[in-house]
Structure formats: C-alpha cells, structure tokens
Design a binder for this molecule. Structure first.
Ligand SMILES: C[S@@+](CC[C@H](N)C(=O)[O-])C[C@H]1O[C@@H](n2cnc3c(N)ncnc32)[C@H](O)[C@@H]1O
Length: 295
C-alpha cells in the first residue's frame, strides 16, 4: 500500500505531544512506530532531536522509513519493544528523554489485503504482527479446544456470546477448516447482532489478534524496561485500547511509583475528546497514562 492510501490519524496527538515534555535536541523512542504518525509529530515539534523507532512489523518499519525519509537522526529498528534497553544501547545511548508506546493494531495492518487483521477482507486468517513467528489465527481457530477458544474470545474480546461463537467454530471446522477472514466473520455474524456501527465480528477478531501476538504477555516487563531507560524528568506515555492492557499499565506504574524514583502524572487516564472520537472512532477506547522519572 502506498503512503497516500493510508491515512492513520495519530490518536490523541496533541495530548501525547504535550505530555512527552519534548525539548530541542532530546532523544526519544517511539516503541510502536506503526505508520509513523506520532513519530512525525514528535520530529516536527522539536528541533535537532533523535528518534528511535521500533516496531515488530516489518511492513511498518518500511512504511515509516519512507514516510520519515526527510528527517535525519531517525533509527528504524524491527524488534519487540520488550528489548528497548538493548535497542537504545545499540543505538549508542544509555538513557533517553521520553518513550511512547501506542499499543494495538495499526491502520496499515488493518487495511492490508493479505495480513488477515480485518473482518472485511478475504485474506487468509493470519493476524501476525511479527511475520517471522509461526502461530497464526488460522492455527488457533482450527486447533484450539472449544473451551480455550471461548475463554480467549471472552477475556480478550469481552464478547458476551463467546461460548456460542466457540461452539459454532468447532462445528464448522469439523466440516472444513476455517481459512479466511470472511469465513470467520460470516460465521460470527450469524450469532452476534450488529450493535450500532460496530461490526459483529469486531470483538472476536480483537481477541484472536491479542492471542496470536501474545499482546498482554510481555507488556508489564516492557513497561518496566521502558521506564528503566528514562533520563531524569523523562516521560513514558502509554496509549492503550483495552481494559486488560490498561490494568497492566496502571499496576506497573503503581509499582514503579512505589520505588520512589517515578511519579505518576495521570492518576486517571486521559481520554480522547468528543471531537476526536467523532473524527476518529478508533480513539473511542484509548487511554493515555503518563509516568515521569524523578531522579
Ligand atoms: C497502534 S499502532 C501504532 C501507530 C503509530 N503510533 C502511528 O502513529 O502510526 C501499534 C504498532 O505497534 C506494533 N507493535 C505491537 N506489539 C509490538 C511489540 N511487542 N513490539 C514492537 N512493536 C509492536 C504493531 O506492529 C503496530 O504497528
């Protein structure tokens, strides 16, 4: 997909910039560079800064590299953000002045015709952010026991009809494997009624994506690692889109604050304004939490 076909609106752009405490010449990490929207905003806001952009998705790195080709001092690293400490060190820095983590899925992934993230596409059920890993959504849908499928759809998708959906998946796959996004979406559509503008398969797809990419697995450790690389007065901003993610971040921040070195800037998460939610529905569930290193 070309740059102009993708319009990724960075969620809470203004709130992120304000809370990153940016300064000229600073060193910042965008740990989830995606399509480079927030990264570009950071690069435009201050002069002479260095940006280390990380993403586990090779396509994201290629896309961001092209988008930000006009800026000097940008590193593009395809890796998992859990490794932030090693990455920062490999780029030649001990500490940095700010870290942004914008969790979840990017427009580039959702809009891709072959990555299998979208219930609107007829792509193979894949959903891997890291295409070097083996487990795909197709494996999960066609091999996990019914009870585990139901648990995942319930926990990660908060889908009330999780058991019914799991039962239908198992019934269907006995006839033939479920291989495309459309197959799965139409199966879910037979069970879940449309709620307003939200597609009936939204929650099931979200649950599978979280399971495929083990999105909650290393999150707590990643937050600790990100906090660890901050300079004094440096800030960690985390945008999350799911209550389970938000809880992990909230608790990680609390534990860090108990060490006496860090200060929680947002006792309650910042939410997107009503105007932003109208303009960009994907900001609806976003929560921004901010932590600052004191010494
Ligand atoms: C919501 S998007 C970021 C969008 C970005 N802020 C922008 O303005 O375009 C989230 C990105 O995080 C990446 N990601 C998810 N888990 C990751 C991990 N463990 N390590 C590194 N990147 C990850 C995804 O591949 C995706 O590109």
């Amino acid at each position: 997909m070309t740059q102009t076909e993708i319009v990724h609106i960075p969620v809470m752009r203004g709130e992120v910039l304000e809370n990153m405490n940016l300064r000229d010449g600073g060193v910042y990490v965008d740990a989830t560079i995606g399509t480079g929207g927030h990264a570009e905003a950071i690069l435009e806001s201050v002069r002479g800064c260095t940006l280390i952009g990380i993403d586990v998705d090779e396509d994201a790195i290629a896309f961001a590299r092209e988008r930000l080709s006009g800026y000097g001092n940008v590193f593009f690293i395809r890796d998992r953000f859990t490794r932030i400490k090693e990455i920062v060190r490999d780029c030649g820095y001990e500490r940095v002045d700010g870290v942004l983590m914008d969790l979840g899925v990017s427009t580039l992934q959702l809009r891709s015709e072959h990555r299998g993230f979208s219930f609107l596409s007829n792509a193979p059920l894949d959903m891997r952010m890291d295409t070097t890993q083996r487990l795909t959504a197709r494996d999960i849908v066609n091999t996990y026991p019914e009870s585990r499928l139901a648990e995942i759809i319930w926990r990660y998708g908060e889908e009330r009809l999780s058991r019914k959906i799991a039962r239908a998946i198992v019934r269907e796959r006995k006839k033939k494997p479920i291989t495309t996004c459309r197959d799965l979406a139409s199966l879910v559509e037979r069970i879940v009624k449309r709620r307003g503008r939200i597609h009936p398969a939204t929650r099931t797809f979200q649950a599978l994506r979280i399971e495929v990419n083990q999105e909650l697995h290393e999150l707590e450790r990643s937050v600790f690692n990100a906090a660890d690389v901050l300079n004094r007065d440096g800030r960690l901003c985390v945008l999350s889109y799911h209550s389970l993610e938000d809880r992990i971040i909230k608790n990680a921040f609390k534990r860090l604050a108990q060490q006496g070195i860090f200060r929680i800037i947002t006792p309650r998460p910042i939410r997107a304004s009503r105007e932003e939610v109208l303009r960009n529905p994907s900001s609806r569930s976003a929560k921004l939490r901010v932590l600052e290193r004191g010494e």
